[in-house]
Write a protein that binds this ligand. Structure first.
Ligand code: AQP
Length: 331
């Protein structure tokens, strides 16, 4: 059976980008067709300035939102990365497989290191090395597929390179996984800055729709989205990135095609109203279910405890095999 792994990083409140680029497919498709594991990758959130109490809150909120979105713990494994030691155990072996140069080429590292320098914070060494930890997250489970948004394509490519290199050097140990991306909405852009990705850790939330925003907040953000000085609705990411972004969001919500939808709306105002309505309806059940689940923290604890138990059992034999293959003595 196909094995799928993917995760979400609790560096901020989850966004419409996280939902359309990744989580919705996990819920609607992946958990039904494969042995799927979905993880709150909390260790990755330690790579930038963080507040421990906020991280704890955001980790629980992210896990609750995964369930609220429709991940079913009877069908798939939902867990928190730091509760399964195999990830960090394997990461070190993969650090001994990766090179400094290939990690410095990672776009997210360049962007986030630059942002940390600008704000006067030091650049944590883990910001450079975390793509290796991400490779360990994936390879520990023998995942065949990694459903992610476009921004994670480079990290999955690194994971593939490390798997191939390890296998060549030490004998076949890892499945070489492939990234899968959604048909539309693989990169939702910030509504205020359509040349930048909608990212949960951006300082200004004005262009970011969070999954727990109430309908009024969603409408306000969408109606104020930056478009351009033209008037006709066309789908062209180069010439009119703000309008193209709105069309992609609408297509993702309604199952349509952005180019065809462009012909349906005569003004930017009409398009924005349609997008706002579609996003409000898309998120309504998620918000409602989140409120129910948040009222029962014991249920989440139980799901995560079982999830970590199963994940650990799955990962251990492969990580042990990697330790043996690389030349370490058995414990
Ligand atoms: N804007 C986006 N459009 C489409 N997909 C997106 N994803 C993230 N942003 C968008 C996808 O969501 C999944 C979980 O992302 P992540 O939590 O691993 O973090 P990230 O990729 O670094 O995204 P963020 O939200 O922008 O976080 P910060 O601001 O902390 O860096 C992934 O599959 C991702 O591709």
């Amino acid at each position: 059976m196909t094995r799928i792994f993917s995760g979400v990083k609790p560096t901020g409140h989850l966004t419409l980008g996280n939902y359309l680029g990744a989580i919705r497919r996990w819920v609607e498709v992946d958990q039904h067709r494969a042995d799927a594991l979905f993880c709150v990758v909390d260790l990755h959130a330690l790579t930038v300035e963080h507040d421990p109490a906020r991280l704890r809150r955001l980790s629980r909120q992210a896990a609750t939102l995964l369930l609220a979105a429709g991940l079913d713990p009877e069908r798939c494994t939902v867990f928190v990365q730091s509760q399964v030691d195999e990830h960090t155990r394997l990461a070190y072996l993969l650090e001994c497989t990766a090179s400094d140069g290939e990690l410095r080429r990672m776009i997210q590292y360049k962007e986030k290191a630059e942002a940390a320098r600008r704000s006067g914070d030091g650049v944590r060494l883990s910001l450079l090395t975390y793509p290796v930890l991400m490779a360990a997250d994936i390879l520990a489970y023998g995942a065949d597929e990694v459903p992610v948004g476009d921004d994670q394509a480079q990290h999955v490519e690194l994971t593939r390179d490390l798997a191939v290199r390890f296998n060549q050097r030490y004998g076949h140990t890892f499945t070489v996984p492939k990234a899968t991306h959604p048909r539309v909405a693989a990169r939702i852009m910030d509504l205020q800055d359509p040349l930048s990705k909608m990212g949960k850790s951006h300082e200004s939330g004005a262009g970011i729709v969070y999954l727990l925003d109430d309908p009024d907040q969603v409408r306000r953000k969408v109606m104020r989205a930056v478009t351009d000085s033209g008037t006709s609705v066309v789908y062209d990411r180069e010439v009119s990135p703000g309008v193209a972004n709105l069309l992609e969001i609408l297509a993702a919500c309604s199952g349509g095609d952005p180019e065809e939808l462009a012909g349906v709306y005569e003004s930017y105002g009409a398009l924005k109203r349609a997008v706002a309505d579609a996003v409000v309806e898309l998120l309504r059940p998620v918000r409602e279910r989140h409120a129910e689940l948040a009222a029962d923290p014991g249920y989440l604890d139980e799901v995560l405890r079982k999830g970590a138990g199963r994940a650990g059992e799955l990962a251990r034999p492969r990580v042990d095999a990697a330790y043996a293959a690389i030349g370490l003595l058995p414990g």
